[in-house]
Design a protein around this ligand. Structure first.
Ligand code: DON
Length: 574
């Protein structure tokens, strides 16, 4: 796998040479060049979490220090999306060395996990609620261990001092947001009716908590105090670990997690996967994240003139949609945990492969594209992976110009619906393919295996210029739609040169197989008609409605941030 350890000037020159379409210098500056505007910023899905991050930055903390505080508060105030019981990927840019590191806090399957654990006694896949609410859906949580590793390497403040806001808000109570209240009463999410969620979100009169009301979580406060004092050991060993194991062995459908599984968890860190895109370099975490797929999407678009066709044109969205379909076809076939299966990242991102595959974007849309045949690809069956639910993305830039782009998740809304220590346990293992082999016996890259990490769509991106200076941090939740959301955010910021807020607010278009999902009320009618004339029939929804994009971009006037208007976030800089 070609990875970049240090984005040296020499390497940038090489990347520049490899770049297919020479274009002028990017319309962006680095924070160091900022004159008047903000030079530090937090963009996240909840204002309380943003405040906690800004406070840490103002106290002299680094972007990673702030990430710890933001995650600790998000786990409390946005528990439908991420938390102490979940996992994450973080892409980290170090301003001093220009090095981009990928941190992998993805959950791991326990040693007792088996390829058939999401099948019933008749060998048929469990129903969605059966699988999610089971004790088998939870992987060993990795977000806190990952943050601890990153904070040891890039923190400036003491770990123990990063949890003050989370502890206070849990002890004293926080104002419940409309989105949390809606999900706590949701009949769509089976987890909201699970006993732990019902107990947590019910008031003494038996009704559910409403938006604007105050919710306390003393158990969460106790957990963060313990994590502040002991680090990730507080979760992965001792009484909280014992409580996790006990809760996962409860009916219905107990799981196999043991104390040894929890204790053995190790986050990973390594060079981010970086590829040139026009005058930029885009960095993401390697597999099993969604990063390689997003890079493939960009690599295909690089062979188009999408920059010349803006978001008000059918041609622009047509090119976007067709590249997306080719990207999804490959990723659905080939992505899995590279520790367990051969993932052909190098082949998928090979310039010759991308060039040939981009020729499949014809003048009009054809049937659903088949996966390609990149170098290093073994035979792979189409898998049966399902990914609905909750997740969140945030971006942080500190005064020194270091950047965190982190997507973090408990998988679905409130994870498995089971709670320990005031937080929800993830259902991340339902991100595995539910069927290990297809009818013809061909193995799925994303089949369940002991100690394996499930495939993810999360793809926190950091964009640099060819001198290795920060240009933008972008990412989104949204299950498999993340790839389409991130691609839209990147194209809108880099190619369409839109201000961040407008870029994130653009309609989503998620094109996968023969389905083109969008937000019809936001798409200009002329685009809808123009696309129809090219054989693209847009339908409303179909996975296009749930983005939660957050981004920060460097401009000559300082940082410019944005929060997806579809969620409750803000971007605050100073
Ligand atoms: O890792 C993944 O790709 C999924 N577990 C993410 C789920 C998600 O983004 C749901 N979002 N709203």
């Amino acid at each position: 796998m070609r990875q970049i350890l240090r984005l040296s000037p020499v390497l940038f020159a090489l990347l520049a040479a490899a770049c297919a379409t020479p274009t002028p210098r990017p319309d962006a500056g680095s924070p160091a060049q900022a004159s008047s505007g903000p030079s530090a910023m937090v963009a996240a899905a909840n204002p309380l979490a943003v405040e906690a991050g800004v406070k840490v930055l103002k106290a002299g903390g680094s972007a990673v220090d702030a990430a710890v505080a933001v995650q600790a508060v998000l786990g409390l105030v946005e528990p439908q999306s991420s938390g102490l019981g979940g996992g994450a990927f973080m892409t980290y840019y170090d301003a001093a060395t220009k090095k981009v590191t990928a941190y992998n806090g993805r959950e791991k399957a326990p040693a007792g996990a088996t390829p058939d654990m999401f099948l019933n006694a008749e060998g048929k896949p469990l129903t969605y609620p059966e699988a999610v609410l089971s004790g088998r859906s939870t992987g060993v949580p990795g977000a806190v261990a990952m943050l601890s590793l990153a904070q040891r390497e890039h923190g400036k403040l003491a770990w123990k001092d990063l949890f003050g806001d989370a502890e206070r808000l849990a002890d004293e109570g926080f104002v419940v947001s409309p989105r949390l209240a809606d999900m706590a009463s949701s009949t769509r999410a089976p987890q909201a009716s699970a006993p732990d969620a019902v107990a947590y979100f019910s008031k003494p009169d038996g009704t559910r908590i409403q938006a604007g009301e105050v919710l306390k979580n003393p158990a969460y406060a106790a957990t963060v105090r313990k994590i502040a004092a002991e680090g990730p050991k507080a979760l992965l060993e001792g009484p909280i670990a014992e409580a996790i194991v006990a809760r996962l062995h409860d009916d219905p459908r107990p799981g196999s997690m043991t104390l040894a599984d929890l204790k053995a968890y190790e986050p990973k860190a390594g060079p981010a996967l970086c590829r040139p895109y026009r005058v930029y370099v885009v960095c993401v975490p390697p597999a099993p994240s969604g990063g390689p797929a997003v890079l493939e999407g960009l690599g295909l678009l690089e062979h188009t003139d999408i920059a010349a066709h803006g978001p008000d044109t059918a041609e622009g969205w047509y090119l976007f949609a067709e590249a997306s379909r080719l990207m999804y076809a490959d990723r659905d076939r080939y992505m899995g945990d590279p520790d367990f299966v051969e993932v052909p990242t190098e082949g998928l991102l090979d310039p010759a492969y991308l060039k040939a595959r981009a020729t499949l974007i014809g003048p009009t849309a054809g049937p659903a594209p088949a996966p390609g045949n990149p170098k290093g690809a073994g035979p792979r069956g189409p898998d049966a992976t399902k990914e609905p639910g909750g997740t969140t993305h945030f971006v942080i830039v500190d005064k020194a110009g270091n950047v965190v782009s982190m997507t973090t998740t408990v998988e679905s809304i409130f994870g498995s619906g089971r709670m320990v220590g005031g937080f929800f346990l993830n259902n991340q293992l339902t991100d595995f393919s539910w069927t290990p082999v297809e009818k013809d016996g061909v193995p799925a890259a994303n089949a369940v295996a002991a100690n394996k990490r499930p495939r993810s769509s999360m793809a926190p991106a950091v964009v640099l210029d060819r001198q290795g200076r920060f240009v933008a941090g972008v990412g989104s939740p949204g299950g498999t739609s993340i790839l389409g959301y991130n691609l839209k955010g990147l194209v809108a910021i880099l190619d369409w040169k839109m201000p961040v807020k407008e870029a994130l607010a653009l309609p989503n278009l998620v094109a996968r197989g023969s389905v083109y999902g969008t937000e019809l009320d936001k798409m200009p009618p002329a685009v809808v008609e123009g696309l129809a004339a090219k054989g693209v029939k847009l339908i409303n929804g179909a996975g296009a409605e749930g983005s939660g994009l957050h981004a920060i971009k460097a401009t000559p006037n300082g940082l410019e941030g944005g929060a997806d208007p579809r969620r409750e976030g803000v971007a605050i800089g100073f």
